[in-house]
Design a protein around this ligand. Structure first.
Ligand SMILES: [Fe+2]
Length: 255
């Protein structure tokens, strides 16, 4: 027979578990908002740093339009741009070029504007036709960006949009490029993009922890991802303590 103290003890344990779950969700939310804030700061600080053929307010509007299509991936573009920027800085790329790259990374998924809702929002496994439609966002994005004048200033953004799903072993898309034939900046965004996809909650699965996400990226070093980019990414995440705590007063935030 169950004693009263057992049921009280059981309720106590389930209350504790519920509080732990809620705390975990709040920590995740805090982390996401901190990242969005930092990304917005980068966007703002880039306003006066250089001329870009795509006005920043237009980029911002496009990203908002994209994010509003799918609430579950809201903030994805901003986080990927921020991770990409951190990697670029870690690799010693000059600040002006980093700012330019940040804008390119923000627009990496812009082609998803051309993917129908029935594919973009589908939570079950995509069939072949739907998968082809989904992967066409790389080509559509490149087509959108490559038409912006002056063309030479849009080469990087176009390459990032087109090639951020390529893999080092040639198993990616849309062209199955191998190794260093994948444009360098697309190789950076590939790491940032995969990490964000793994660590973000979806309607059908919970995201893994940032530490596990980094380990998974490291596991795919050389096969999927550029080893040099992976090492830089690993360093960045170690220094940032795997984004634990969303500590806005961290010396590494707003540096
Ligand atoms: Fe993408």
């Amino acid at each position: 027979m169950m004693r009263k103290s057992d049921s009280v003890g059981g309720k106590y344990v389930s209350d504790i578990q519920q509080l732990k779950d809620e705390l975990e969700q709040l920590e995740k939310r805090n982390r996401d908002l901190t990242l969005l804030l930092e990304s917005a700061f980068e966007l703002k600080s880039g306003l006066t740093s250089m001329d870009h053929p795509f006005p920043i307010n237009v980029i911002h509007s496009l990203v908002i339009a994209l994010d509003s299509r799918d609430p579950y991936t809201s903030g994805h573009s901003s986080r990927v741009a921020l991770y990409s920027l951190w990697i670029a800085r870690e690799l010693g790329i000059g600040e002006e070029e980093c700012k330019h790259f940040y804008r390119s990374a923000l627009m990496h998924d812009i082609g998803k504007i051309g993917v129908p809702d029935r594919v973009l929002l589908k939570t079950e496994r995509l069939n072949d036709e739907e998968f082809q439609s989904m992967i066409s966002h790389t080509i559509i994005g490149a087509r959108i960006l490559s038409n912006v004048e002056p063309l030479e200033r849009m080469i990087q953004a176009t390459e990032v949009a087109k090639y951020h799903h390529e893999k080092m072993d040639g198993s990616g898309y849309p062209e199955g490029l191998v190794g260093e034939s994948i444009p360098f900046y697309a190789r950076i965004v590939a790491v940032a993009d995969a990490f964000d996809a793994m660590t973000t909650d979806r309607p059908y699965s919970l995201g893994i922890s940032c530490q596990d996400g980094v380990e998974e990226i490291v596991r795919c070093k050389g096969s999927h991802f550029d080893p040099v980019v992976v090492e830089a990414f690993k360093n960045v995440m170690q220094v940032r303590n795997y984004l634990k705590g969303g500590d806005i007063d961290s010396p590494y935030i707003f540096e």
